[in-house]
Design a protein around this ligand. Structure first.
Ligand SMILES: [Cu+2]
Length: 340
């Protein structure tokens, strides 16, 4: 690392600290964003009414469409709903687990055999054998073969999970906030949907929305879901607005960190319409356990109707709108790098 890089690194840290401080010094910032969600969805409802005449109306999927959620007493992986998930689950169930079980049983058998057959009582006169070339070649070669046999499909699977999305993939930027999620539809006019956990009936003030069974299970249901089209690749970009969060949905086989100042990317393709639940999976503060993820995959026409109901655009009519929606925090490190 040369001096210039060191200096730049320092500046990044300083600008990060300033950003953190300014966030901490604006106590109203987070609740204000939460409060904004209500009028926005009200506006959206009005827009949905207008859109209903022109385009096919969007209706949220009902609880019968929940496909990815934990089950009471569940101890295995959730059923997978895309190709990578199925491949990875096959790797675990059909390759890794049998190999682990076979190796463990073989070692257990050897231990018991040695204890029973070669103890002092069974062998009053000890053997003076110290080498056995065949055995030594076997117990070195066999594990190497097993490891290579595991490594080849394993690395292939890993590479597949890091594949870049195709150029025409739909981009959704997921921002982790303390303690809710924001979904920005960069290809659809750059609007952001704020998603908060729905509280129970006895936890809300009069008139506030509370969770019903139509929304999903307790602690997983969200007021606004991340709506995406089914069957097409989606470029999921994750970033943290304050601390590190992690965007994870077990039934879609991904867990991507949402790190402040860094954009992570993952291609998500969902096979069939449905609701898939997940949770923030990086300890991010006091309400870390209360920022569920609810992804709703719908056919393309339904998705487009939903986009219009949110005030978004279809296609790339307004690419200029996207940069304006970027949070100011991202610009800070670039500026300081320029100064250095
Ligand atoms: Cu979090």
């Amino acid at each position: 690392m040369n001096l210039g890089e060191m200096f730049r690194g320092r500046l990044d840290i300083v600008s990060g600290l300033i950003l953190g401080l300014s966030l901490a010094l604006v106590p109203g910032a987070a609740p204000a964003q939460e409060a904004e969600a209500t009028p926005a969805s009200g506006k959206a409802a009005a827009a949905a009414g207008e859109a209903a005449q022109a385009a096919p109306a969007y209706t949220p999927l009902g609880p019968e469409m929940i496909k990815g959620q934990p089950e009471p007493g569940g101890w295995w992986f959730q059923p997978q709903h895309n190709e990578i998930g199925r491949d990875a689950l096959f790797m675990h169930d059909a390759i890794l687990l049998p190999v682990i079980a076979a190796v463990s049983l073989a070692v257990l058998f050897l231990l018991i055999w040695v204890m029973a057959r070669y103890n002092k009582r069974a062998n009053p006169v000890p053997s003076r054998t110290s080498h056995n070339t065949l055995l030594e070649v076997l117990w070195t070669g066999l594990p190497i073969l097993i490891l290579v046999g595991i490594a080849v499909p394993s690395v292939n699977l890993l590479l597949k999970q890091y594949e870049s999305p195709p150029e025409d993939a739909l981009t959704v930027k997921v921002t982790g906030y303390q303690w809710y999620w924001g979904y920005t539809y960069s290809d659809n006019g750059g609007f952001e949907v704020i998603s908060n956990m729905l509280k129970e009936r006895d936890e809300v003030n009069a008139g506030e929305r509370f969770r019903t069974d139509a929304d999903g299970p307790e602690q997983l249901a969200a007021d606004n879901r991340m709506v995406v089209p089914v069957g097409v690749p989606i470029r999921v970009q994750t970033i943290g607005a304050d601390v590190i969060h992690s965007f994870a949905v077990p039934s879609l086989w991904f867990k991507i960190d949402a790190v402040p100042g860094r954009l992570n990317e993952h291609v998500m393709t969902i096979d069939e319409p449905g609701i898939y639940f997940g949770q923030c999976s990086e300890l991010c503060g006091a309400r870390h356990g209360y920022m569920p993820i609810a992804i709703e995959a719908v056919p393309m026409e339904q998705f487009e109707a939903w986009v219009l109901s949110q005030g978004g655009t279809l296609g790339e009519e307004e690419p200029a709108a996207a940069p304006a929606a970027e949070p100011a925090g991202e610009a800070a490190p670039a500026e300081s790098a320029g100064e250095a």
